[in-house]
Design a protein around this ligand. Structure first.
Ligand code: KIV
Ligand code: NA
Length: 268
């Protein structure tokens, strides 16, 4: 946690989301932080929003990511309804997440209104990553997934949120879906490491949803996503090839069966 905090203004911090043990094994050598995001509700469970994700789901996936990771720091999202009621509620659920997964820190969405809670957690040994700007758990209150900070008033609002969470002791801060200059200003203004997603190249680090960059989640694609692979298309091709071989009885071959000798090469 301290080495990440020390990266302010230095080498960019590389973050990707991760929900499973095998993906953690693939990603771990390349990233500083594996974020077990509540985006898993949409990306893995097919929900329309993140709101129905539970603490138990986050713990199960946090445990999976921990089993597959070696060197990366694992941060687990606190889901909607698990921290907004009071600092005590937040502490109770954050302590469960830390204790039951073995992860290093939790992330929660919110600005000025969550600063007291962030301070409460940090003072009691729970490292916190903040999350300001576009806050997916606020989707119903803000009317959809919409970039923040377009007007002067909105920009000032997001910056005040960022300052409040940083001053409350968060070691890092996700800045999501904001006008670029807002993310840049926040990075200059706050003492903690900023992690952009639809933010600014000048943030102290970047995060994206792994399934988005791999082409494994195509329900919708925000402007800030860059596709680095098309694994969804590869999955379709592989399934089609398998289906064709099964129907033609070309799979399984003798090499996939028990107690079947490979045909001897014909002599003469
Ligand atoms: O849930 C998530 O994946 C996130 C990141 C996109 C920041 O919160
Ligand atoms: Na999230």
């Amino acid at each position: 946690m301290r080495d990440i905090a020390a990266r302010k203004g230095g080498d960019p911090v590389v973050v990707l989301t991760c929900y499973t043990a095998p993906m953690a094994q693939f990603l771990d050598p390349h990233v500083d932080i594996l974020l077990v995001g509540d985006s898993l509700g949409m990306v893995v469970y097919g929900m329309d929003t993140t709101l129905a994700v539970t603490v138990d789901m986050m713990i199960a996936h946090g445990q999976a990511a921990m089993r597959g990771s070696r060197k990366a720091m694992v941060v687990v999202d606190m889901p909607f309804g698990s921290y907004g009621e009071s600092p005590a509620q937040a502490y109770r659920n954050a302590a469960r997440i830390l204790a039951e997964t073995g992860c290093t820190a939790v992330k929660l969405e919110g600005g000025v209104e969550m600063a007291e809670t962030v301070r409460f957690l940090v003072d009691r040994g729970v490292p916190v990553m903040g999350h300001v700007g576009l806050k997916p758990q606020m989707v119903h209150a803000t009317g959809g997934f919409r970039a923040q900070g377009r007007t002067e008033a909105e920009a000032e609002h997001v910056r005040a949120d960022a300052r409040a969470i940083a001053e409350a002791g968060a070691f890092s801060l996700v800045v999501e879906g904001t006008w670029e200059p807002v993310a840049r200003q926040i990075t200059e203004e706050v003492g903690c490491v900023t992690i952009g997603i639809g933010g600014s190249p000048l943030c102290d680090g970047q995060v994206l949803v792994t399934e988005d960059i791999l082409g494994l989640f195509n329900d919708f694609q925000p402007k800030f996503v860059k596709r680095y692979a098309e694994l969804g298309a590869q999955v379709s091709e592989a399934a089609a090839a398998y289906a064709a071989e099964v129907k033609a009885r070309r799979f399984p071959g003798p090499e996939h069966c028990f107690g079947v000798k490979k045909a001897e090469p014909q002599k003469g």
